[in-house]
Ligand binder design. Structure first.
Ligand SMILES: Nc1ncnc2c1ncn2[C@@H]1O[C@H](COP(=O)(O)OP(=O)(O)OP(=O)(O)O)[C@@H](O)[C@H]1O
Ligand SMILES: [Mg+2]
Length: 279
């Protein structure tokens, strides 16, 4: 029997069947307060893979750096309406914020530096943890999946993402301090579960930037000991092709569909469908 990198029995998940109709969407928060672990890259590429399987996906860029927005070829600075505008104008039609990307089935709610003011402004809002959830509610039926690309912090924006989400994917880079801080993230998730969003789940831990070294193998084992079957079978290799695709403003699954990392991200997408996380 073939096994995955962690020695678990595993071949591959089946290609998702075509959908006859779309929605309502599952909402996934891509979350880790550690910077540069692959949140944005994973948001774009899981989304890219799922759109190629005919799923309709919305990425919500929830980081003032706007990396997901730029990474999908949209000039965020030129935009009047962003996720920030939607947060603070409850009467606004969110369709006026959403941008279609060049890629079929893939839309984005863009962000730019304006969003950096939101953390402070939200503090005085009514139901401040639930603002993003109410922004997303009217459009859930139009997508199969909504991915919220979080910023590297555990502040009020991230709490809003966790409140709006059905589940969380935690990207973890395969390096020495990989798990540092994840306990804190798990505490935040638990607090949101206990106080606001009891049905919030952890869909999985995604290991990124993996190389075949003894060191990475050890880190992988430690991540497995901490999260067991929550660790996705597919592990994302470290490759320069991913920053390349980023510069080209396209998901790797479209930019270079036969590349190893494109296959790895497709496999994550298949696992999400096989486990019923995404329709
Ligand atoms: N598997 C990989 N191999 C090599 N480079 C990668 C890989 N995944 C991501 N990168 C690169 O690493 C950098 C950080 O990745 P990314 O922006 O996805 O992380 P992030 O968690 O969203 O960061 P931030 O916390 O700043 O939002 C980017 O330049 C990206 O292109
Ligand atoms: Mg990011």
């Amino acid at each position: 029997m073939p096994t995955d990198l962690l020695g678990r029995e595993y071949t591959t998940f089946p290609a998702p069947k075509p959908l006859q109709q779309h929605g309502p969407a599952r909402v996934i928060a891509m979350c880790n307060q550690k910077g540069g672990v692959g949140k944005t890259t994973s948001s774009i590429n899981i989304a890219g893979a799922l759109t190629q399987y005919g799923r309709k996906v919305l990425i919500v860029d929830f980081d003032p750096q706007g990396a997901a927005t730029v990474g999908l070829g949209i000039n965020a600075n030129a935009l009047e309406n962003t996720v920030y505008t939607a947060l603070f104008n409850p009467r606004m039609d969110v369709h006026d914020v959403i941008q279609h990307t060049h890629f079929e089935n893939l839309d984005i709610m863009p962000a730019n530096i304006d969003l950096s003011a939101a953390e402070v402004q939200l503090v005085t809002e009514v139901a401040r943890e639930q603002v993003l959830a109410s922004v997303l509610r009217p459009i859930k039926d139009e997508y199969d999946l909504i991915i919220i690309d979080c910023q590297p912090s555990l502040g009020l924006l991230t709490v809003n993402a966790l409140t709006a989400a059905d589940g969380v994917i935690i990207p973890v880079a395969a390096e020495f301090f990989a798990l540092r801080g994840v306990a804190l993230l798990m505490q935040s998730i638990e607090k949101v579960q206990m106080r606001i969003n009891p049905s919030l789940e952890v869909y999985g831990v995604l290991v990124t930037m993996f190389t075949r070294t003894l060191h990475c193998d050890e880190v992988l084992q430690r991540i497995y000991e901490a999260f067991r079957d929550k660790v996705f079978h597919s592990v994302i290799s470290r490759s320069i092709k991913l920053p390349d695709a980023n510069v080209a403003a396209a998901p790797i699954t479209i930019y270079s569909p036969n590349h190893k990392t494109a296959k790895e991200y497709r496999e994550v997408a298949r696992e999400l469908v096989a486990k019923g996380v995404v329709a």
